[in-house]
Design a protein around this ligand. Sequence first.
Ligand code: ZN
Length: 415
Amino acid sequence: MTYTSALAESLAPDVLERFQRYVRVDTQSARDPDGSPSTPGQLDLARMLVTELHAIGLGDAALDDNGYVFATLPGPAGAPVIGLLAHMDVSPDAPGAGVEPIVHPGYDGGRIELPRGGTVLDPRDMPVLAGKRGHDIVTSSGDTLLGADDKAGVAEIMAAVAHLAAHPELARPTLRVGFTPDEEIGEGATLFDIERFGARCAYTMDGSQPGELQDETFSAVEVSLTVHGVDIHPGWATGKLVNAARLAGRVVAALPQDRLTPETTSGREGFIHVYELEGNAGRAAVRAIVRDFDDDLLDQHVALLTRTAAEVVAAEPRARLEVAVKEQYRNMRRHLDKDPEVVAAAERAIRAEGLEVRREPIRGGTDGSVLSERGLPTPNIFTGGHEYHSVREWASVQDMAAAAASIIRLAEAWA
Ligand SMILES: [Zn+2]
């Protein structure tokens, strides 16, 4: 009795079957892309989804030139047009090729040892997993991520629209389905054609715990610092070498260590996260993402980072510092506050599925952050997946089914 409803139980086999098929496709995105999508594997999944949408009966399903899949499930004349979104790519931060999902039926609450890479899911370190006793848990084989982020969302939307297409008696608005590429590299909404999508609002299926409904995300900026030194053969370097790699190391060491980092903050606190450091004596680069829920505090963190780098590098007058600040996305909250019915309908849907609504800000962003800013209000709904971007990633079949059922309740809420 771990299912939230008979509807969820009836959807579970289709959700699981689709999920296992989609995670096997290598759709890992790549940073610094040459085009959209950033990797060809995403198109393999996109084509598979177009074929399956046609089979379900969404005859207009099509893949556009930038790797976006759009399709329509028509509702009654005059019904509002509501969007359902999930991203097809998986994170570049863990191995994403050769995913072989494993279903662990009827989880007993103990350690789950995976066959490869010595990977163990230990409920002592994973309180959320500890709470899933009795669920069917899906994991990778231990040496790749699973891809529940966000193929759980893709599978849930597919299973929900298949169910609605097969049950024309169920109430629904006109539903627009959108599957996006390159969310994990922050480009998922960049080339999203909002006009052509034509929805009043949309929902990303891209969260975790049942009941989650997120209308607040970080505001996000990426900062690239490049230090130019003076490189010379070390045998002739006396008084001449200016080592860019050492200077970059000093910049990182001069940043706050016990605050303003991802590992020392939680809740509503922001951070500066140095995620890449590469270089040599001649040139070195530090790449960092900066996050906060408050735009003024975000600006302060960016100023701290660039000021620290400028001071460290200024100590060596022959070195030169280049700074590039790139806007990524903004907290969606202020856009959603203007259109309260969007979140209210999702709350009704989640409660109709017998779940309590959890409203926690996302310490991250979604395609919805950018889409909301561009005029398509898009909060985020749970999917049932956890431990994203790691080889320990897992998902609950029962929770994925609850998410798919919540989509059907959402359709009813907008009918
Ligand atoms: Zn995601």
